[in-house]
Unconditional design. Sequence first.
Length: 554
Amino acid sequence: MGKKIITIFVVVAVLLSLLFVALHYFFLSDRKYDPEQVRFIPKLRREFWQETPPMGWNGWNKFRCDPALNEKSFMRIADLVVETGMKDAGYTYVNLDDCWQIARDEQGNIIVDAKRFPNGIKYLADYVHQKGLKFGIYTSGGSVTCEKRPGSLTFEARDAQTYANWGVDYIKIDWCGIEGADTYTQYKAWRSAIDETGRKMIISIAIANIDHVENRHAWIWGRELAGIWRTAIDIQAYWPDVLRVMDKNSLYAEYSGRGGWNDADMLQVGNGMTYEEDKSHFIMWSMMASPLLAGNDLREMSEETRKILTHKGVIALNQDPLGVQASMVRQENNTQVWMKLLQYKGRRAVALLNRSEQPQQITFRASELGLYDLMYITDVWQNKDVGFRFKEYAVVVQPHDTAIFTVQGIDAVDVVQFPVLPRQVRTGALLDQEHVWQERAELDESESQGDDKALQAHLYSDIRYHLGGVCKNLRVTLQAKREYMGPNSAVRFRIYGDGSLIYKSEYFTEQSAAKTVEVDVSKVRVLNLVVNPRDPSLQEAQIGLWINPYIICE
Ligand code: GAL
């Protein structure tokens, strides 16, 4: 009898404590992650322009400069944003891209193509606003747009005021018709011009020809100016191209977050790829917290396409308030496991992407998500609970398709360290430590360096280290690599801390002597070393050397 009572007592005690742990975990504890901690670049220097990635529609991917996109069809498409349920799903912006403008008048005011838009642009913006939607427009920071229409160079203030008068909410600013100018300075001029008007308008930085522009790394410096910034050259409605853009965009995951977002470009869903490809494209853009700007003709949208574009569960991942861009946790046989931290503690989105040409079983494991073994899994696409699973879960995924789940578990690691944030550096030679990402740079192993160790940095290179806010001082010697400099070439070194320029060198030519600099890096979490040319049109290799970088940390 006594034994039985004890057993009952123990069982009840165990159950009560389990209940307590569960209650505590789900109701009593602070259940959300702190966005300031999981996000990589800590502070926003401006008010939040874009709390979550913008959603909307843009005509470019389907129409380019085709006059079929005119006042009538544009307004019809705005109607359809509402009628198809896209507005309810979160699509807000209806945006005109290039080719709405044809010239400037004598005062410099932009002239609208009256054949296509007989009642002008304000008429369109008003129409869109009446529907509870917002209106976006396109221009270029250069003298012409990418389609050779008049650009905004030297007309920034005038154009910003015109757009404000029209009721524009969103300005995509391209980078065509401009050579040699500094991107940051130009976009900053735009920001000031817009602020002067007093109207809130988001900037979309569209440095699209991204591999050939000096200081093109808008993900480093764009946050204080813009709501979104492009990370790759224009997307085509073609599966390998979607993967190209995705791979490129994923290199900059840490720069995206509340207020400013990596823009993997507008969607090609409904523009000719297969159902699986469209679905994967949409899921991955959502996982990457990229803007979701539909780019298809809504007047001929199939039900299949509509279902992809309005999938509530997937959109919720894109709009998750924590604002973390997914990162890839593992790849095997041309299949990939991607994870996105979500706002609730222990919750993740997991995408299983099959890039190959055969159906494949793809597994994900609790441990690679930073969780203890017990997981509660939900299939997001089918909106169905899978239930509890232990340690791992596997499904078969069709070629070019993606399976998408949410997982609720319990954190086994501190997510501030994992898995979004790579290893921090310590006091010592930087070149002996793990860098986070190195683009167009490699260790210089040429004999001429003697005992020195240098990173040889090609034009537009970007070398990134995680200092985590605990380092104080960086010392580095700068020099152009002589054998790679032609008579006219010159390179400049830039150092950024959390997106702010903290050091900019003079130009180094083949004659310049090496120069050692010391830079204060206190409080900096992300450090970027960037090398740019003076004359981007020169064909010479032009290489800068970061010699013996040495960092002092706490
Ligand atoms: C490109 C841009 C496209 C589109 C086009 C218009 O540079 O990446 O998205 O805006 O210009 O000419």
